[in-house]
Design a protein around this ligand. Structure first.
Ligand code: TNX
Length: 649
C-alpha cells in the first residue's frame, strides 16, 4: 500500500495529471523550482489574477509581494496575448527559468493558474506551509480552452441550510476544477434562506422548521428543529469572493410551486380554498411535491417583483432563476381567485396561468437588463420570450427549447443529479438516496443531444450538476456526494468530446484524489471493485442481431486459475443478452463458457466462469463475448474480471 501511494505521488510529478484534461499538453525535459523567492509579475490587465496567485504563494510558501518589474529568472509572468483565442483560454509554459501564463482575458489567466496548481505535488495544496518549501514543476506547454461557457453546480441550501464557510470552500473547489457557476437553490417548501429586507417574515418564520423527515424511512422524523439563513451582506461578500475566482453565483427563488415556506410566512400569498377560508400552513417538515403553491394574484406578482429587486441588488448574475418546477395545479383549479384571473387574462387553463406568472417575471427581469432562467416546466403553457430553460426531466425540454431558439442549460436528472447513489456497495454509501449514478456513467454524459443541429446546439450554453439535500444534512455529506463525480463532470463540461477517455481519467483521478485529500475534501472512496474493471460496453457495441465484441484482458489474468467474469448493466434502454464468453489467444479458443443470461433491467448482472491455463504470460489475450441487445443499441455496462478465491477447510 505504502509503495503504491509513493508510486502515485512520483507519477504526479513526472506525468502531469490535470483534471479537467487540457486540450494539449507537451512535456519537455527539465523542471522549474517554485519557492518563496519566486517573483510574480503582471502588467495591469491580469493583475487581479496575479495577486490571487501571490496570495496563494503567501499562504503556502510564505512569499512576499508582487514583483514591480519583470524578472527573467525564477519568475512567473502573466502576459495578455490577444492571439490566445477565447475568453477563458490560456497557454501555460514552464521552462527551467520561468513560468509564463498567456491569455487574452483575466479568466483565461485564472485557469492557467489552476492548471499550474495541479502541477504541484498534492501536499503543496495543504494550507500550512512547511519550512522553506520548494516544489518542482515539470517543463511543459499547455494550450487549453473550455468546451462550454456555463459549467455549473447546483446546491440546495433550502432543504438543509449549509453554513457559509462551506460555500466559500465550495467556490474554491469549483474554481480548482475550472467550473464557473454556483447555483444556490435558496427557497423551497422546507425553508427560505435569504434575508429580504422588505419582507422580514420570510426569514423570521420561513427559515425555521420544527422537524425534518429523516433518512431512516418516510414516516420517521429527526425530532429536532432545523433553521438558518444568509444575510444580504453575507451573500454580497460571498459573491465578491466568487467573482475573484470567476465563479458566478446564480440565485434561485422558487415560484409558484415549492413555495410553502413563503406561504407559511405570508399567508396572503397562498390560495383560499372553498370551505377553508382561514387555513394556515407551516414550513414543511416533509419532502416531496407540495400542494400549497402561490396564488397568482396581482399582489403576489408585485410581492415577488420586490423580492427580485433585492435579489438583483445582491447578485450581479445576468441570469436570475425563478424555479417553476413541480407546481401542482389542484389549488388553482378550485380557487375562485385563480379562476377569475384565468378569465380576466384570457387564458386557457391553469398551465397558461403559470406561464403568465412566469412571463410577468420575465418581462420584469428584462426591464432590469437581466435574463430569466427556470426549470423545464416553464415550457408548459407557453415559454416566456426571453426565458432560458434548465432541462432536468431528461433532455426533452432542452431539445424543445433549443429548437424553438431559446438558450438551455442541460441537467438531466438521471445523468447529473448527485443525490443519487454512487456505488452498489452499501458499505460505501451514507444515504438512502435514489437512483444510481456511477463515476463512469457521470463521465460518459454527453451534454449536446444528437437531435440538435449545429445551429440549434449553439443554444446549449452549458451543463450543470445538482445536489438536492432532502437527505443530505451537512457539508461533509455534500462533499461525499459531489466528489469525485464532480471531477468527472469538470471534464465533461470543459474538455472536448474527442479528448474524453475514461481509463485515462481514472488513472489521473488516482493522483487527483491525493489533492482532494490535501484540500480536506470528504470524497467518496474509490470503489475497490474498480480495479477489476476489464472494460465496458456502450451503445453500438451490440445490436438486436447476435454478434460479438472483444476486450483485451491479459492484465486481468496475471496467472492461471479460476476467474469470474461479471457483466454489470448500469443504464440505457436495453439490456444485453449474452450467449457465450470465450477466452482467446489470437484466433485460438482457450476456454469457453456457454450459457444464456441477461445483463439488463430484469437481472442487472450475469456471471461466467473462466479456467485460465498456466504459462500465458506475454500472450495477448482477449475475451470474446457473443450476444445481442433486447431491442435497440442503447445499453451501458461494465465487464469485470475477478479471481475466484477458494477457501480450504
Ligand atoms: C426534483 S429537479 C426536484 C427537487 C428535488 C429533486 C430530488 C427539480 C427542479 N425539482 O425539488 O429535490 O427532484 O432529486
Amino acid at each position: 500500500m505504502i509503495i503504491c501511494v509513493f508510486a502515485l505521488i512520483v507519477s504526479t510529478q513526472t506525468n502531469p495529471c490535470i483534471i479537467p484534461r487540457p486540450q494539449s499538453l507537451d512535456l519537455h525535459p527539465g523542471h522549474f523550482t517554485l519557492a518563496s523567492t519566486t517573483q510574480v509579475f503582471s502588467k495591469k490587465a491580469a493583475s487581479g489574477v496575479a495577486s490571487y496567485l501571490q496570495d496563494w504563494m503567501g499562504i503556502h510558501l510564505g512569499s512576499k509581494t508582487l514583483a514591480v518589474k519583470k524578472h527573467l529568472f525564477n519568475s512567473i509572468e502573466f502576459e495578455m496575448d490577444p492571439l490566445v483565442k477565447g475568453t477563458e483560454a490560456y497557454r501555460l509554459t514552464v521552462n527551467p527559468h520561468q513560468i509564463k501564463i498567456c491569455a487574452s482575458s483575466p479568466a483565461g489567466a485564472f485557469y492557467g493558474v489552476q492548471s499550474l496548481l495541479q502541477l504541484l505535488p498534492p501536499n503543496a495544496l495543504i494550507k500550512t506551509k512547511g519550512k522553506n518549501p520548494s516544489w518542482s514543476i515539470p517543463c511543459l506547454e499547455i494550450r487549453d480552452a473550455p468546451r462550454f461557457g456555463w459549467r455549473g453546480t447546483h446546491l440546495d441550501v433550502a432543504r438543509h441550510f449549509m453554513p457559509l464557510p462551506f460555500l466559500y470552500k465550495l467556490v474554491d473547489l469549483l474554481a480548482f476544477h475550472k467550473l464557473n457557476v454556483l447555483h444556490l437553490h435558496l427557497t423551497d417548501d422546507q425553508g427560505w434562506r435569504m434575508e429580504i429586507k422588505r419582507y422580514p417574515k420570510l426569514t423570521l418564520i420561513g427559515s425555521y422548521r420544527k422537524d425534518s423527515q429523516s433518512n431512516d424511512g418516510p414516516d420517521e422524523f429527526e425530532g429536532k428543529p432545523h433553521q438558518g439563513f444568509y444575510t444580504q451582506q453575507q451573500l454580497k461578500d460571498l459573491v465578491g469572493y466568487a467573482n475573484r475566482r470567476f465563479v458566478t453565483i446564480l440565485p434561485e427563488i422558487e415560484m409558484p410551486g415549492h413555495s410553502q415556506a413563503a406561504v407559511a410566512s405570508y399567508p396572503e400569498l397562498g390560495n383560499i380554498l372553498p370551505g377553508h377560508p382561514n387555513q394556515r400552513v407551516e414550513v414543511s417538515t416533509e419532502y416531496g411535491v407540495h400542494d400549497d403553491i402561490l396564488n397568482a394574484d396581482d399582489a403576489t406578482i408585485t410581492f415577488y417583483k420586490h423580492v427580485l429587486d433585492e435579489i438583483m441588488e445582491v447578485f450581479p448574475s445576468k441570469f436570475i432563476h425563478v424555479g417553476g418546477d413541480e407546481a401542482p395545479k389542484g389549488q388553482w383549479k378550485v380557487s375562485q381567485r385563480a379562476q377569475q384571473q384565468i378569465k380576466a387574462r384570457g387564458l386557457k387553463d391553469e398551465d397558461e396561468l403559470q406561464s403568465w406568472f412566469i412571463r410577468q417575471m420575465d418581462s420584469y427581469l428584462a426591464l432590469k437588463h437581466r435574463r430569466l432562467i427556470g426549470w423545464d416546466e416553464i415550457l408548459g403553457g407557453g415559454l416566456a420570450s426571453g426565458a432560458t430553460v434548465m432541462s432536468w426531466r431528461g433532455e426533452t425540454g432542452g431539445i424543445a427549447a433549443a429548437k424553438a431558439g431559446h438558450d438551455v442549460v442541460m441537467c438531466p436528472s438521471s445523468w447529473v443529479y448527485l443525490d443519487q447513489l454512487q456505488t452498489k456497495n452499501p458499505r460505501l454509501e451514507i444515504n438512502r438516496g435514489w437512483g444510481y449514478l456511477s463515476l463512469e456513467r457521470a463521465y460518459r454524459y454527453e451534454p449536446v443531444p444528437m437531435e440538435l443541429t449545429a445551429k440549434e446546439s449553439s443554444h446549449v450554453l452549458g451543463v450543470q450538476s445538482a445536489v438536492w439535500t432532502e437527505l443530505i444534512r451537512d457539508p461533509a455529506q455534500v462533499e461525499y456526494q459531489l466528489f469525485p463525480r464532480l471531477c468527472a463532470f469538470s471534464e465533461v463540461f470543459w474538455s472536448q468530446p474527442g479528448q474524453k477517455d475514461y481509463p485515462d481519467f481514472w488513472l489521473r483521478l488516482q493522483s487527483h484524489m491525493l489533492r482532494l485529500g490535501a484540500l480536506k475534501v470528504n470524497a467518496h472512496p474509490q470503489d475497490p471493485i474498480e480495479k477489476d474493471r476489464a472494460g465496458s460496453w456502450q451503445p453500438g457495441f451490440f445490436s438486436q442481431r447476435e454478434g460479438t465484441h472483444s476486450w483485451r484482458v491479459e492484465h486481468h489474468l496475471p496467472t492461471g486459475g479460476e476467474y469470474q467474469v461479471s457483466f454489470i448493466y448500469f443504464g440505457g434502454d436495453h439490456g444485453l443478452d449474452i450467449s457465450s464468453v470465450e477466452l482467446m489467444d489470437g484466433a485460438m479458443i482457450l476456454f469457453r463458457d456457454v450459457h444464456e443470461s441477461q445483463a439488463g433491467a430484469k437481472s442487472n448482472s450475469s456471471i461466467y466462469r473462466l479456467t485460465v491455463p498456466e504459462n500465458l504470460s506475454g500472450r495477448l489475450l482477449s475475451l470474446r463475448v457473443t450476444g445481442h441487445t433486447d431491442g435497440g443499441t442503447d445499453s451501458y455496462g461494465d465487464v469485470r474480471i475477478s479471481r475466484v478465491t477458494s477457501y480450504r477447510k
